[in-house]
Design a binder for this molecule. Structure first.
Ligand code: SF4
Length: 360
């Protein structure tokens, strides 16, 4: 693909302090889909990120072709990672998207390196690799092809229905290696969805993805995340969600209660003050100890969801990411990845902070 063909409206090549490199091209596109969004194209030096050994995440290697996410979930705890790029963690995170335009070719090179042992590669761990930008930049087909050529196992976690575009490629990959797909659906309440996940496909459309993958013989688990206290945790809401997940044919369901880490917490609480001011005090008490709801609350949600899953006959966990996530505790989603992969950000002197992994 020639990038100059994509340049509907190239703005300028930035001598950027943001990314520690001058090799950043900033573009906007005059289509309704991308109105108000800015894309910062960088050439990555490497793509495979090793998760530090101390992390409790159930995978060692990740690939993230984008930074920032137009799915714009209010609670997204990858927001803080935008601050490492000197970008705004609020609307900036939703609309200033960093694109590693050479991701497939870099990954192909790294997978061919003599030292690479074919470890599992997790995608969608930081931001959604099937966010809106992927419709334009089409990085994932090349990434999947590179992994398939090496029969390298991988998993994808997404809220994006765009993944269905790559169904043939995923089917082909699943023929030669272990492929784990997981879709994130924390609730099926459309009113809640419109306000808290405004850029995402509707929960019902995401469950269509689960259905379509199942019809192709690719088992798909659902990460029921986040379960949002006092807004999405009523027993009737949990039941409706698990029932819909079961009806879509999910191989597993894994509940995860909302985290409110720094970066996400401020943004979410401001949203709460505007939309549900009566809940602010309850949230301050529930999250008084930090980023996580108390263990008793997490256990209660987990037990309720597991009971509902048994009632609706959701089967054992699928082969890859869903199963591995379920083995961990609710905090197993935490982790860090290094920043050297992106055009030099943090690569010199380690000045950039770590990037937290996000479960979508
Ligand atoms: S939670 Fe996931 S889908 Fe939502 S904005 Fe963050 S990265 Fe994107």
């Amino acid at each position: 693909m020639r990038w100059d063909q994509l340049a509907d409206n190239p703005v300028r090549a930035r001598d950027s302090a943001l990314f520690g490199t001058s090799a950043v091209t900033t573009r906007t596109f005059d289509t309704p889909e991308f109105r108000g969004m800015t894309f910062h194209e960088v050439r990555a030096r490497s793509l495979l990120n090793r998760v530090p050994g101390a992390s409790r995440v159930p995978f060692t290697w990740t690939v993230n072709p984008y930074r920032g996410c137009s799915h714009a979930c209010v609670y997204c705890f990858a927001r803080k990672t935008h601050s490492y790029l000197d970008l705004d963690t609020g609307h900036g995170f939703d609309s200033q998207i960093v694109v590693k335009i050479n991701a497939p070719e870099v990954l192909r090179r790294e997978l061919a390196a003599p030292g690479w042992r074919g470890a599992h590669v997790a995608m969608g761990t930081n931001v959604d690799c099937y966010q809106r930008a992927e419709g334009r930049y089409r990085l994932m087909p090349g990434i999947i092809e590179a992994l398939t050529e090496r029969a390298n196992p991988f998993s994808i976690l997404t809220k994006g229905t765009l993944i269905l575009r790559d169904l043939d490629l995923l089917t082909e990959a699943a023929r030669v290696s272990e492929v784990g797909i997981s879709v994130s659906v924390g609730f099926v309440d459309d009113d809640l969805w419109r306000t808290v996940e405004p850029g995402t496909p509707a929960p019902a459309r995401r469950l269509d993805v689960v259905r379509a993958l199942g019809e192709r013989g690719i088992g798909c688990g659902v990460l029921m995340a986040p379960v949002i206290p006092f807004l999405g945790d009523h027993p009737d809401q949990l039941r409706a969600t698990v029932r819909a997940i079961a009806a879509a044919g999910a191989t597993s369901v894994t509940p995860l209660v909302l985290h409110l880490r720094p970066g996400a917490r401020e943004w979410f609480m401001e949203w709460l003050r505007q939309r549900h001011p009566q809940l602010v005090g309850r949230y301050e008490r529930l999250y008084a100890a930090g980023a996580y709801a108390p263990t008793w609350y997490q256990r209660r949600i987990t037990r309720q969801v597991h009971e509902l899953a048994a009632e609706y006959g959701i089967g054992p966990a699928g082969p890859a990411l869903p199963r591995r996530i379920r083995r961990g505790d609710p905090e197993a989603a935490e982790g860090t990845e290094r920043m050297e992969d992106m055009g030099g950000a943090g690569g010199s002197g380690g000045t950039a902070g770590p990037t937290q992994l996000t479960l979508l």
